[in-house]
Design a binder for this molecule. Structure first.
Ligand SMILES: [Zn+2]
Length: 195
């Protein structure tokens, strides 16, 4: 029959075996953060719990809470918004907005700036303009010249069409006259032959 000494020996063996098994297990790195149980910030949590809570040990009397280090999200510096470049906004002007497109292109050329910059300036000017002047579109001399040029080009196209049509008509007239002349001659020849 086993006595107390035997049981103690077995227990001791079990403890040693358990200790060896624990030591052989890979040690988890753990993560810093607030412990799920005690809610203290701790540099190493395993499955959300600090070493004290995992072991069920009370904190020593002289225990001082650790200071969260830089990897903690609380300690990261806020990113300066002004340091980040503003994303550009793409806007397409409809082809029908001839006046606006012309004005943008003209300003971009005059000032040697990007089209986007020119568009932004014109829009800002429009916003800044007093309400009273709003109904009258502020057309610059160059805008008017460009528009007149476009109108002229349209009429020039028409003129070309007209000239072409006139040439065709002229040729038709000439052909008709020649035909009439030929017919008249034919009539004369027939008359001579008939005599
Ligand atoms: Zn804890």
């Amino acid at each position: 029959m086993a006595d107390a000494a035997d049981i103690a020996a077995v227990l001791s063996e079990v403890r040693v075996a358990t200790g060896v098994a624990r030591a052989a297990l890979p040690i988890a790195a753990g993560v810093a953060g607030e412990c799920d149980e005690c809610e203290w910030w701790m540099p190493r949590l395993i499955e959300g719990r600090c070493a004290f809570c995992r072991d069920g040990r009370p904190r020593p009397a002289d225990w001082e809470p650790p200071v969260p280090h830089s990897s903690s999200p609380v300690a990261t510096l806020p990113v300066c918004k002004e340091a980040q470049p503003m994303p550009a906004k793409s806007i397409q002007l409809p082809a029908i907005a001839v006046v606006a497109i012309t004005a943008v292109e003209q300003l971009a050329t005059d000032r040697n700036i990007a089209l986007g910059q020119a568009a932004a300036e014109l829009i800002e000017r429009g916003i800044a303009a007093p309400a009273a002047s709003a109904p009258v579109p502020a057309l610059e001399r160059t805008d008017i010249d460009t528009l007149l040029g476009m109108v002229r080009a349209r009429f020039d196209d028409r003129d070309e069409e007209r000239i072409e049509l006139a040439a065709v008509l002229k040729r038709a007239e000439v052909a008709e006259a020649r035909a009439a002349e030929a017919e008249a001659k034919l009539v004369k020849i027939r008359a001579i032959n008939a005599e």
